[in-house]
Design a binder for this molecule. Structure first.
Ligand code: HEC
Length: 201
């Protein structure tokens, strides 16, 4: 009980109260040190989003939305790959209403993603879920952090009134694009940082 109380205090300090309800599958495995996972994962998630946003805004300003789309499609996977290499975690973005068809939500993560969708912000900060999956050599710890929709610059390409010519350009690159129609505050997607569980033992 003490341990749980302590964890909850740390979580409260990090303004991530949703973590308190995280458990895992039916056969509840070892507890997860959520504070340690947060300490390693949050900077990786933040750096990814900051780098991408900086490049996105620069591309929008310098070349306009069409060229920013190309930047986004090339730069986002490159930043994710670099972040994965640097941190030792697997870094990616997932979304139910995704643009990149490779960015869907894996079935096993559905309930965690849905919890973020129900409440993307927690005390004004992106909500987070942490859980463990698999066993032995396959054991992994996942950190899933909400990416709430923002008006600027996101609405240009993901909003409710995307310019028709831009929408056409996006659809030529991403046929079957699902990632428009978002309002500020909606869950646009989530950052997924996945670690080998033994890192935290
Ligand atoms: C210039 C257009 C543009 C803007 C502005 C933009 N995006 Fe995107 N977004 C894209 C493209 C293109 C992709 C697909 C990237 C890829 O191929 O991985 C994408 C993908 C994503 C994904 C990954 C999941 C998916 O749907 O494939 C998330 C999450 C996301 N964007 C969030 C945001 C947020 C949050 C903002 C505002 C900070 C934003 N985007 C601004 C064009 C844009």
């Amino acid at each position: 009980m003490n341990r749980i109380a302590k964890t909850n205090m740390l979580i409260a300090a990090a303004s991530l109260p949703l973590l308190a309800s995280c458990g895992g599958g039916a056969s509840e495995p070892e507890p997860v040190d959520e504070a340690a996972v947060t300490a390693r994962s949050a900077p990786v998630a933040q750096e990814f989003q900051q780098k991408l946003k900086t490049q996105l805004v620069a591309a929008l300003t310098n070349g306009g939305p069409d060229s920013a789309v190309s930047v986004c499609s090339q730069v986002a996977p490159a930043i994710a790959a670099a972040a994965s290499g640097e941190s030792g975690a697997e870094v990616s973005r997932i979304a139910r209403k995704h643009r990149n068809p490779g960015a869907g939500v894996p079935a096993a993560m559905g309930s965690h993603y849905d919890a973020l969708a129900a409440q993307p912000l927690s005390d004004g900060k992106p909500a987070v879920r942490i859980w463990r999956s698999g066993e032995d050599d396959d054991a992994r710890i996942h950190y899933l952090s909400a990416i709430p929709m923002q008006d600027q610059p996101c609405s240009v390409c993901h909003g409710t009134a995307v310019d028709p010519a831009l929408k056409q350009h996006i659809e030529s690159l991403y046929p079957g694009d699902l990632a428009t129609g978002f309002k500020p505050g909606d869950l646009r997607g989530a950052m997924l940082i996945s670690w080998q569980a033994d890192i935290f033992q």
